[in-house]
Design a protein around this ligand. Structure first.
Ligand code: AKG
Length: 276
């Protein structure tokens, strides 16, 4: 079974409505080209900054959520709606990705579990935990193509999380993300290829286009990696879209021929999900 995925590397501005419209334009183009699944970047409706998150934050069911739900229904696509700052009833903020099915129903929601607090000498600094709270759910959702796992940006650096999504049946991992000009050139492609190899899964990374005048300069380089670890397609820094065909039978073939997931020594070590 095959599905067509569209990876939308859009320019993100400080105008929320304009960002939603840009996402809709790409999604319409993708649907016209036969895309089954459209993926938007991390924080696609808001500048990536701690100053902006509280201002742009919305509850589940807010303006962006309604817009995206209608968009998915109108186009008849699966929509992994990048991420937006979400405000919950208790007033906390999360970096949250909503997923809508072809009828516009929300079928999943992932809040970034690992907050991006780094301070690289002479390079990137950021402290998401100044404004955001971490999510605590591992997110896998069911489609007619099988299960898809969802993580956000820095979450990708934690191989345990990817492996747990795969243990829950995911053959595709979708990662809205926004690496920067310090860690992007150094680690972006390696990490995506690593997770694909570790788990023999398709891994999709979707970033905002680079804006050198923005508060946070995105590395871009949205990419699709195959379960064999090949980069199927990768963009550079400019706005654009990848349309990639994902072959789920190929995932099965790679896992059958090189059965590393079955070769694990569960008698020696194990990965367990903690009760909350
Ligand atoms: O892990 C990285 O290097 C970048 C992560 C990041 O930018 C994020 O989580 O938003």
């Amino acid at each position: 079974m095959k599905l067509k995925a569209a990876l939308v590397q859009m320019a993100v501005t400080s105008d929320k409505r304009a960002n939603l419209e840009t996402a809709a334009t790409y999604a319409s183009e993708a649907a016209e080209a036969g895309a089954d699944l459209v993926v938007l970047p991390e924080m696609f409706n808001c500048p990536y900054s701690n100053d902006s998150f509280p201002i742009y934050a919305e509850p589940e069911g807010g303006e962006s959520h309604q817009f995206l739900s209608k968009l998915a229904a109108r186009l008849g696509i699966w929509l992994v709606a990048g991420s937006i700052p979400e405000r919950t009833k208790d007033g906390k903020l999360y970096n949250t990705s909503f997923v809508f099915d072809r009828r516009g129903r929300q079928v999943a929601k992932h809040s970034k579990m690992h907050l991006f607090d780094i301070d690289i000498e002479g390079g990137q600094r950021f402290k998401e935990s100044d404004t955001l709270s971490p999510g605590s759910q591992i997110t896998v959702f069911e489609t007619e193509f099988g299960r898809i796992g969802l993580a956000i940006c820095y979450d990708l650096r934690f191989p345990e999380l990817a492996r747990m999504m795969v243990d829950q049946g995911a053959k595709i991992l979708v990662v809205p993300a926004a690496f920067n000009m310090t860690t992007g050139p150094a680690h972006w492609e390696i990490l995506f290829r690593n997770r694909a190899l570790d788990n023999q899964a398709y891994v999709l990374g979707v970033a905002p286009a680079r804006d050198v005048n923005g508060p946070y300069v995105s590395y871009g380089h949205s990419l699709a990696v195959s379960p064999w670890g090949d980069v199927v397609e990768m963009l550079e820094a400019a706005p654009g879209m990848i349309l990639a065909e994902l072959d789920l039978d190929y995932v099965d073939k790679v896992r059958r021929e090189l059965p590393l997931l079955q070769h694990r020594r569960h008698d020696i070590y194990t990965l367990k999900q903690c009760g909350l």
